[in-house]
Design a protein around this ligand. Structure first.
Ligand SMILES: [Zn+2]
Length: 633
């Protein structure tokens, strides 16, 4: 079974790579129709005619069917305005919806490279803002007007409110069933349902729903009816391309609703699952935010290099996936089972660390990723799902310690080892990657190697120790001896043979049991001041309690010399001689996992006893008389 699994993993990653390469292929242009056909000359519509008469140049105008006003207008000849865009557009209330004195510039931007300019305008009727709408006038480098996007609205009601603010709050409270104790602001609400070109004077009453989320109730200032309800934060589907070209899809937060300017942010929307994740670019020096925003839901940090925008996307995408895995698999509501939020800080500088997870400023939960170290030539570690999982593991584990990190070095190395275990389990849940290495998606061969700790990357302080007597235990970096915990876990979960003591684990626990063992370990065995020995024995006890085979676990700890083979026998009555066992197995052929001395071992169970054993290049399991062939040499 395990051999089949590892083949699937390889195939999966190949397909993944092929897919991400294929998506870059340009779609060939296929002409349709007869290119010699000349389109008929269209008669100008009423708005085009009005603009042409006033300006002397022809116009192309798209008409918004709801309001009958211009949604897009473009002069077809050079048009240089004799006044500001705000004054010019207000000359045509029947075309653009706004009247004299109603438009003011919200912002103006000139492109430093091509000299084009955009002027974004908002509309106020008698000083009351018209909600959810702005207009944008675009100018060429030569100063001519190139296009106008959007339109304003005409007031359908008087600018004086007949109803009071208190009336509006009462109406919103009655409609929402919640207390309307937020702000109540007089506004003009475009309300096409009542009158397409019109905006009605209304109170925008904010009503809290839950802890952080809010909805805005628009209460008609004339007759007190609720005209519209809008969440001020909106869930939106977003996506982005990670630093390795992998496209993540995730929920992002949308502020504003078209045709008003829409802004998306790399932040969990209200009621998202999982929620409370926010990505902050800290390259400017501030770690307090706000979240990274974009005018597009599928492109982030526009204008910066692919690698930089990829980091935020990878970190957000994998953090969501890791949180989803943790909360679904272990029925937890966030890392602390209390809906805890996480701020994901990206683009930090720093040569000494590459990714981190934990609590800063007395309890603020963060995951942090640096831009990588050029000298070590690897991508940001946010590219690696097991590293992002590792950082979430820290939040899960350290919150078990009262959000305080381990004081002693041994405890720190346990913290790192368990984080690698969680990162690996998460990566396996994605059906991708190599469970024996950590960070292989960012750096070839990975940062650490749980199967063969001697292969831990040198630039990251490797090799790592294979047992507690290994010289690598002397490292001052707790990540290095963390393999005492993670190598033992790997042996128990995947089987294999320890390099020094040659203890072979031939009947490892299942993936599900490995997941349960991690959770049991963190919840029941992990504490401030934890030691290898105490952790190992607690793990065996928890395995016993949960019906998880404890022989491979006890022997894995014996392999890293945390418990002795004698103690494993004496305390748990297990022998670690690497023998295969047919106890409780139906008749058939089984595979023992790779060990260094034997490439693969197939063994035949008959009547609960090992009948025969064979060594071959690849092994396929057959039970219940499905086949008699078991070795393909
Ligand atoms: Zn760590």
């Amino acid at each position: 079974m395990r051999r089949t699994l590892s083949v699937g993993v390889v195939v999966g990653s190949v397909i993944l790579a092929a897919c991400s390469g294929g998506s870059d292929d340009p779609v060939p242009f296929v002409p349709s129709g007869d290119p010699s056909t000349t389109p008929p000359v269209a008669q100008p519509n009423a708005l085009e005619a009005a603009l042409q008469q006033a300006t002397g140049v022809p116009w192309a105008v798209d008409i918004d069917p709801a309001s009958g006003l211009a949604s897009f207008a473009k002069p077809l000849g050079a048009l240089r305005l004799d006044t500001s865009a705000a004054v010019f557009l207000a000359r045509f209330p029947a075309v653009f919806g706004a009247a004299a004195g109603e438009l003011t510039a919200l912002r103006e931007e000139t492109d430093a490279e091509d000299g084009t300019k955009v002027s974004v305008l908002e509309q106020r009727i008698d000083k009351v803002l018209v909600e959810t709408t702005t207009m944008a006038a675009h100018f060429g480098a030569d100063g001519t007007l190139t296009s106008v996007q959007g339109h304003g609205f005409r007031p359908a009601t008087a600018a004086t409110a007949a109803r009071t603010e208190a009336d509006a709050r009462a109406a919103a409270a009655a409609a929402s069933g919640s207390v309307a104790d937020g702000s109540a602001v007089l506004t003009y609400l475009p309300h096409p349902a009542a009158a397409p070109k019109s905006a009605r004077l209304a109170y925008a009453v904010r009503v809290r729903q839950g802890t952080a989320s809010a909805a805005v109730y628009f209460v008609d200032a004339t007759d007190g009816t609720v005209l519209a309800i809008r969440n001020d934060l909106v869930a939106a589907e977003g996506s982005g391309v990670g630093a390795s070209g992998f496209t993540h899809r995730f929920a992002v937060t949308q502020s504003g609703t078209a045709p008003a300017p829409v802004t998306f942010s790399l932040e969990s929307p209200d009621r998202a699952y999982p929620g409370n994740l926010k990505v902050i670019d800290v390259s400017g020096g501030s770690i307090t935010g706000p979240a990274i925003t974009s005018p597009k839901a599928d492109e982030w940090l526009l204008g910066v290099s692919d690698a930089r925008r990829g980091q935020a996307v990878d970190a957000y995408g994998y953090a969501i996936a890791a949180m989803k895995y943790y909360s679904a698999r272990f029925r937890q509501n966030s890392y602390d089972n209390a809906g805890g939020r996480i701020d994901i800080l990206v683009h930090d500088s720093g040569d000494n660390y590459n990714a981190a997870g934990g609590f800063i400023d007395g309890g603020r939960p963060v995951m942090l990723f640096t831009d990588g170290v050029t000298a070590k030539s690897y991508k940001t570690l946010a590219t690696a799902p097991d590293v992002v999982g590792h950082e979430l593991g820290h939040l899960i584990q350290v919150s078990q310690l009262g959000k305080k990190t381990q004081g002693a070095f041994e405890g720190q190395s346990i913290e790192e080892g368990l984080a690698d275990v969680f990162g690996t389990l998460f990566e396996m849940s994605l059906g991708a990657g190599d469970p024996s290495t950590v960070g292989e998606a960012a750096i070839t061969g990975g940062v650490r190697n749980l199967k063969d700790p001697a292969l831990c990357d040198k630039t990251f302080g490797g090799p790592c120790p294979v047992d507690v007597d290994d010289g690598a235990m002397k490292s001052k970096d707790p990540h290095i001896p963390s393999t005492i915990v993670s190598h033992a876990f790997y042996l128990a979960a995947f089987g294999g043979e320890n390099a020094k003591l040659k203890i072979a684990i031939t009947d490892p626990i299942s993936t599900k049991q490995a997941e349960d063992l991690y959770f049991e370990t963190v919840k029941k065995c992990y504490q401030a001041g934890a030691t290898y020995k105490a952790l190992a024995q607690c793990q065996v006890e928890r395995a016993k309690a949960k019906g998880i085979p404890f022989q491979p676990i006890a022997c894995a700890w014996a392999a890293v010399k945390v418990v002795t083979v004698e103690d494993a026998k004496k305390r748990y009555n297990v022998s670690c001689d690497g023998a295969v066992s047919c106890e409780g197995k139906t008749n058939g052929f089984y595979c023992a996992p790779d060990v260094f001395a034997r490439k693969a071992t197939s063994y035949k169970c008959q009547g609960g006893k090992v009948e025969s054993q064979d060594t071959c290049m690849a092994c396929v399991e057959y039970h219940a008389d499905r086949s008699k062939q078991n070795c393909s040499k």
